[in-house]
Design a protein around this ligand. Sequence first.
Ligand code: ADP
Length: 497
Amino acid sequence: MANNDRGDKLKILFVAAEVVPFAKTGGLADVAGSLPQALALMGHDVRVVMPKYRSIKGEFVNLTDFPVAVGERRETAVLRRGAINASGGETILEVPVYFIDNYHYFDRDSLYGYYDEAERFAFFSKAVLEMLPRVDFQPDVIHCNDWQTGPISLLLKEQYQANPFYSKMVSVYTIHNLQYQGNFESSALKLLGVGDEYFQPERIEFYNLVSFTKCGLVYADVINTVSRTYAQEIQTAEYGERLDGLLRKRSRDLFGIINGIHHSEYDPGNDIYICSKFGPENLEGKRPNKQALQQEMGLPERDVPVIGLISRLVDQKGLDLIAAVMDQLLNKDIQFIVLGSGDRYYEQMFQEARRRYPEKVGVFIGFNAPMAQRIYAGCDLFLMPSRFEPCGLGQLIALRYGTIPIVRSTGGLADTIQEFDPITLAGNGFTFKEYNPKAMLEAIERAVQLCTGQPELWRGLLKKALSADYSWARSANSYVDLYHLAVEKSKNRAKSP
Ligand code: ADP
């Protein structure tokens, strides 16, 4: 992609099912909360839209309400408006956030996992398109993220673009995790308001189901995912989740852009959740956080390497590798701290490890953002042995807090973490390639040895981690390039007969 320095400002609608600080289950929410800020600070008119879940509290402005047809139902979308504050240097501005509210679909305990998921997100997708004339916003680009927003690309291209209000809009579809696809019974066609002719493999049928992901992958003007390596991997049968054929077909429109993190939200020099602030000029400030964390987790305050793991507890995250060598790992003179929730099996596995090694293992099952920050700050090492990883934010946040990642080299982990070389001092972590427990254990051993046996090298590595830039500075530009490319492509398509 060409470097974007054109100065022309875009109008961007950023659509996501979860957005920090309003709702979060994983990395998508971090991206949706921080990338729009970076774009706004570059001068673009960017607005965010998401569902208004029950858990979202706050004073929002009521804008309007309007009808949305979902199959036979005629539902009402209530539109509210809030904001995210973006600050950079001297500039402080507000990124508008629209909330699509509907009591029936979104006033529930959790964000996802309901019997009528197709209906909920068909409603959301349609409501997003329907709201635009009502708020008088004509974006150049609608940026859709993951399957919940896929129908927007489909409906924009196949229905709404016929209307002059929408005719110039393009859509970009970002894959944050190809494993979550939104596949539903064929009755979902009616919910989307499209005919049976869409139920074929070239369109949105996927093994006799309707795929909301395919709505995005087939109909968006350009597609991207959140690292270059994952963009390559998903074009193979091993990582492609049975969509690799389609992705290969669209390979000219498929890009990889690594995520950034929000430097001021994750800032060890200014973090309200940690007991002692630190940074590249104050490495010593990290130590009290380790002691506080050991206390919080009920572990003895010993000066041994503390390894953290903060994760959704699902197969993707490589937890079976840990299971296979749990005893070997815990026979080392280390401590291991786990924060996560997900599959019962893994929750119990870590609780059982805690029961058997109470002096070495700390476990908190649940989702707890402040505790996550204390773990990032208090650990020495951060373990991420993922089977696949589109980008991964944990390793970047860990580095930001001077906690050195041990990762499997896949997807975004391969693009962000390189093995530390004690001779050249290149690299920023510890890596292994083969998906097997022995390779993981060896990487952990290298990390532990450096941490305990080479204090000078360790301090250097720590300082390097704390000094590096993981912000959106680079990648936000790549997104602007991507948006321009989508606009160009769509113009060219319109010209060609
Ligand atoms: P994924 O999106 O697959 O869950 P990422 O590494 O991209 O993985 O992003 C995970 C994000 O969620 C990180 O910000 C991580 O700190 C956070 N996170 C994961 N589990 C928890 C938890 N149990 N409590 C708090 N934060 C969590």
